[in-house]
Design a protein around this ligand. Structure first.
Ligand code: S3P
Length: 437
C-alpha cells in the first residue's frame, strides 16, 4: 500500500455528467481465479479486477502451484491444475482485506490433500469465520479458528460428505464456500438460503460445466465434480458503479452514462431502493456476458425522498448501504434501514462508521442495532474517518459534492482493494476530488 495517497480532499460543488466505465466485478474476478485454478485446461479471464483483493486471491492460487499468465492488467490466462492438482503452499496464505477471498478459498482448501493456514490484514483478522467453519465441519472438514476469527487452520486429507445446509445469515460467501467444498464431497451438497444472495458462484460453476440445480431458495450440486476451463468476461462492478449512480442522482449536471455494468438481479437492490426514493435510472442495451446480465446505465439528476427501505431489498444491496446512507443525507425527510445487522461485520462496522462520519458533517444520523436512521438536510464540511473501509471512503467522496465546505476523508488507501483509479474516474465524471499524503 505504499505510495498511495492517504486522504481525499473532496470539494463541494462538483457536478457529474458524461460517460464513464468502472473496473471489473470483484466477486466475479475472485471466483474466476479460484474456479480457473481447479479446472482442467485453460481459463481466460477478460476484464479481471486488478485490485488488491483479487490480487491476494491470485497470489494464493499461485502459491499453490497454479501458473497464471497476465498479458495485460485485466487479462489472465490460468493454467488450471484440475480439482486435485493444487500443491501445499509453503507458508500461510494471506488474503489481505478480502473476506470473499478467505471464505471461498476455505471451501476449496477443505477438500485438499494438504494442510493450510489462512490469514489477512487487521480488518480481516477481526471478521467472523465460524459462519463458514460450522457448515464445512458438518461436511467432514477440519477447520479451526481463534475464537471464531482468523487465522483459519484447515487440515487436509479429510473425506467430505455432501449435506443439506440451512443458512441463518444470508451470505453469498458462506453459500459459495459450501458449494466449493461440495465439489470435493460425495453426494449432494445443498444450501437453503433465508433470502436470495448473489448467485455468481452458481452461474460460473455452470459455465465451467458443473450442473447446478436451483429450486426457489435451494441450490445444490453433486460431487465429486470436474470443472472444464472456459472463457470468462467480467462485467463492470455494480458495487463500484453504485458511487456514480448516487453521484449522478444527487450531484448530476446532466445524465451520466455508466457503460458495461453487471446488473445481476441479486446485486441491484440499490436501483430499486433509489427508484422508491424517486430516482430516474435506466438500463439500456441489456446483454449477457457468459451467464451474467450486463447493461449500460443512464442516471438522471433528481431529488430524493427518504423511505423505510424494504427489508427484502437488503441482501441485494448489502455492499451499497454506505453510499445509500450518503444519498439519504440529502434526501427530503427520513430514511430508515432495518434488518441490516450484517453491515456491522463488513470491512468495518459500516453502521457505526457511516453514522459517525455523517454526524461529523452535521447530518442527523442515528446508528441502530440492525440499521440506521438518517434525516436528510444540509451537509457541512469537516474531517471524516473511513476506518480503512474502501466503500465508506468513496461514499463520503460522493456526498462531499453536496457539502457546504470541503470534506477531508482519512485513511483512503483501501480504496485500492476494490476500485483502483476511483479518484481519476471521479474527476473525469466531474467530482472535485484531490488526494493528499
Ligand atoms: C460477496 C458477498 C457479500 C459481499 C461481499 C462480496 C461475494 O458478503 O458483502 O462484498 O463475493 O460473495 P456476504 O456474502 O458475507 O454478505
Amino acid at each position: 500500500m505504499t505510495g498511495r495517497s492517504t486522504s481525499f480532499v473532496a470539494g463541494p460543488g462538483g457536478r457529474v455528467s458524461g460517460e464513464i466505465r468502472v473496473p471489473g466485478d470483484k466477486s466475479i474476478s475472485h471466483r474466476a481465479v479460484m474456479l480457473g485454478a481447479i479446472a482442467e485446461g485453460v481459463t481466460e479471464v477478460h476484464g479481471f479486477l486488478d485490485a488488491d483483493d483479487c490480487l491476494a486471491t491470485l497470489a494464493a492460487i499461485e502459491a499453490m502451484g497454479v501458473r497464471v499468465e497476465r498479458p495485460a492488467a485485466d487479462r489472465l490466462i490460468i493454467h488450471g491444475v484440475g480439482p486435485r492438482g493444487l500443491k501445499a503452499p509453503g507458508t500461510a496464505l494471506n488474503l489481505g482485506n478480502s473476506g470473499t477471498g478467505m471464505r471461498l478459498l476455505a471451501g476449496i482448501l477443505c477438500g485438499q490433500e494438504f494442510d493450510s493456514v489462512l490469514v489477512g490484514d487487521q480488518s480481516l483478522m477481526r471478521r467472523p469465520m465460524d459462519r463458514v467453519g460450522a457448515p464445512l465441519r458438518r461436511m467432514g472438514a477440519r477447520f479451526r479458528t481463534q475464537h471464531g476469527r482468523p487465522p483459519i487452520e484447515i487440515t487436509g486429507r479429510r473425506t467430505l460428505q455432501g449435506v443439506a445446509n440451512e443458512l441463518d445469515v444470508p451470505s453469498a460467501q458462506v453459500k459459495s464456500a459450501i458449494l466449493l467444498a461440495g465439489l470435493y464431497a460425495s453426494g449432494r451438497t445443498l444450501v437453503i438460503e433465508p433470502t436470495p444472495t448473489r448467485d455468481h458462484t452458481e452461474r460460473m460453476l455452470a459455465a465451467f460445466g458443473v450442473p447446478v440445480e436451483r429450486d426457489g431458495a435451494e441450490v445444490s450440486i453433486r460431487g465429486p465434480a470436474v470443472l472444464r476451463g472456459c472463457r470468462i468476461d467480467v462485467p463492470g462492478d455494480f458495487s463500484s458503479a453504485a458511487f456514480f449512480i448516487v453521484a449522478g442522482v444527487i450531484a448530476g449536471a446532466a445524465p451520466l452514462a455508466i457503460r458495461g455494468v453487471g446488473v445481476n438481479p441479486t446485486r441491484t437492490g440499490l436501483l430499486e431502493i433509489l427508484r422508491l426514493m424517486g430516482a430516474d435510472i435506466r438500463l439500456l442495451e441489456q446483454r449477457n456476458f457468459g451467464g451474467e446480465p450486463v447493461a449500460d446505465l443512464e442516471v438522471r439528476p433528481g431529488r430524493l425522498r427518504g423511505i423505510a427501505v424494504p427489508r427484502e431489498l437488503v441482501a441485494s444491496a448489502i455492499d451499497e448501504f454506505p453510499v445509500l446512507f450518503a444519498a439519504a443525507a440529502v434526501a427530503e425527510g427520513e430514511t430508515v434501514v432495518t434488518g441490516a445487522a450484517e453491515l456491522r461485520v463488513k470491512e468495518s462496522d459500516r453502521i457505526a462508521v457511516m453514522a459517525d462520519g455523517l454526524k461529523q458533517l452535521g447530518v442527523d444520523a442515528e446508528a441502530r442495532e440492525d440499521g440506521i436512521r438518517v434525516r436528510g438536510g444540509s451537509v457541512g464540511g469537516g474531517i471524516v474517518e473511513s476506518r480503512g473501509d474502501h466503500r465508506v471512503a468513496m461514499s463520503f467522496a460522493v456526498l462531499a459534492a453536496r457539502a457546504g465546505e470541503p470534506v477531508v476523508i482519512r485513511d483512503v488507501r483501501y480504496v485500492a482493494t476494490s476500485f483502483p483509479g476511483f479518484a481519476a474516474t471521479a474527476r473525469s465524471a466531474g467530482l472535485l476530488l484531490g488526494e493528499e499524503d
